[in-house]
Design a protein around this ligand. Structure first.
Ligand SMILES: NC(=O)c1ccc[n+]([C@@H]2O[C@H](COP(=O)([O-])OP(=O)(O)OC[C@H]3O[C@@H](n4cnc5c(N)ncnc54)[C@H](OP(=O)(O)O)[C@@H]3O)[C@@H](O)[C@H]2O)c1
Length: 333
């Protein structure tokens, strides 16, 4: 499996439509004012998958960077890039999810919204004409409006299993309806434990029995790294053909220096961050390393010139339970 790894690799999703780029770039805690530049750098480095969320308050900045990147690189198309975003955990239920999707969509379809005005495009438009007045250039604005901005959301996740079961089911129904309208390509959940997943599958089956589209859980996003193995959820995902997006794949840089990584580091000469990203990729996950620094954005993607042995991969799959942040998978609401 690992021989085929590359920055361009995509994993298939059960809903089809081109799959998901396996290496992602996360922007949690990245201030919006900085996110346009860091995301642009990630795209220039070769990342094609960005993970944001309503609650990060930088969704519009990710869209702005993507729009800018596409405009400056005509050989890259919209479908080459994949943006994940999420329905915030403090919101609950069908109506809140509908509003949240509408707000995300307004960012995706209107990259010239007020929050994006700090954006600086290259001096020339793709047709070679000056773009000095951008973003107030009415021609460019018209061009973008006609193109509907980024047009659609690649992946929408329920951020966490908050609220009642009824709220979670309502939020899922809102996602399915938006997918039916073509606003979202793929659906998934984040921070769901096996119990939450089972309940969602029951709801989907009930919707289908009632003659309504139930939707497909294509992606599960959660914290996974060598100190947090999540064997139960991984087994469920494997059984149901769900792709795993691994958040905090660097364990938030809290385990650098841990003896678990020492031997691999000595053998490969790679940094802890690179070993952790590579491990996640070889495990078949979709890691989402975050950094606000250009050198680290590059470092975290420079993982395709070495390989972990099968034994090393296994050794890092420790079975430990040491979350580096919250763990809603165990919520009992
Ligand atoms: N669904 C959820 O509930 C959820 C929760 C958490 C995260 N996520 C997603 O997953 C992404 C990643 O998770 P995360 O941000 O929690 O943690 P992470 O990616 O494991 O670690 C990020 C931390 O590591 C540092 N870092 C990055 N690259 C480094 C390198 N090469 N060397 C040394 N330090 C490095 C970063 O600092 P600098 O920025 O200063 O480089 C930052 O402090 C998030 O951005 C978000 O998209 C989702």
């Amino acid at each position: 499996m690992s021989a085929a790894l590359s920055i361009a690799r995509r994993l298939s999703l059960s809903g089809g439509k081109g799959g998901i780029p396996q290496l992602g770039y996360g922007v949690y805690q990245c201030p919006a004012a900085k996110t346009t530049a860091t995301t642009l750098h990630a795209l220039q480095t070769g990342y094609r998958h960005i993970d944001t969320a309503g609650i990060y308050r930088n969704e519009h900045a990710v869209v702005a960077a993507t729009t800018q990147f596409l405009s400056a690189n005509p050989s890259v198309t919209r479908s080459d890039i994949f943006i994940s975003t999420k329905f915030a955990p403090h919101l609950q239920g069908y109506e809140a999810a509908r509003n949240s999707i509408a707000q995300s969509l307004s960012h995706f379809r209107n990259p010239l919204a007020p929050g994006d005005r700090r954006l600086k495009l290259p001096a020339n438009r793709p047709d070679g004409r000056s773009r000095s007045a951008w973003p107030d250039d009415p021609e460019f604005s018209k061009e973008k409006t006609e193109n509907d901005g980024l047009g659609y959301i690649d992946l929408y996740l329920i951020h966490a299993p908050s609220g009642s079961l009824n709220d979670r089911n309502g939020a899922w129904r809102a996602l399915v309806e938006a997918q039916e309208r073509g606003e979202i390509k793929h659906l998934g959940v984040s921070n769901y434990g096996v119990r939450h997943l089972r309940e969602l599958y029951d709801f989907i089956a009930a919707e289908e029995r009632a003659g309504r589209p139930g939707g497909k859980v294509e992606v599960w996003q959660g914290e996974i790294h060598p100190w947090l193995s999540r064997h139960d959820i991984r087994e469920f995902c494997e059984e149901h053909g769900i792709v795993i997006q691994a958040y905090s794949p660097l364990a938030r840089a809290t385990k650098f220096g841990d003896k678990l990584l020492r031997e691999v580091k000595e053998r490969t000469g790679k940094s802890e961050a690179q070993i952790l990203v590579r491990w996640s990729l070889q495990m078949g996950f979709v890691p989402l390393p975050k950094s606000e620094r250009n050198d680290r954005i590059e470092e975290n993607a420079a993982v395709f010139d070495f390989e972990l042995t099968e034994e090393e991969v296994k050794k890092l799959d420790t079975g430990r339970y040491e979350p580096s942040s919250w763990d809603p998978t165990v919520w009992t609401n």
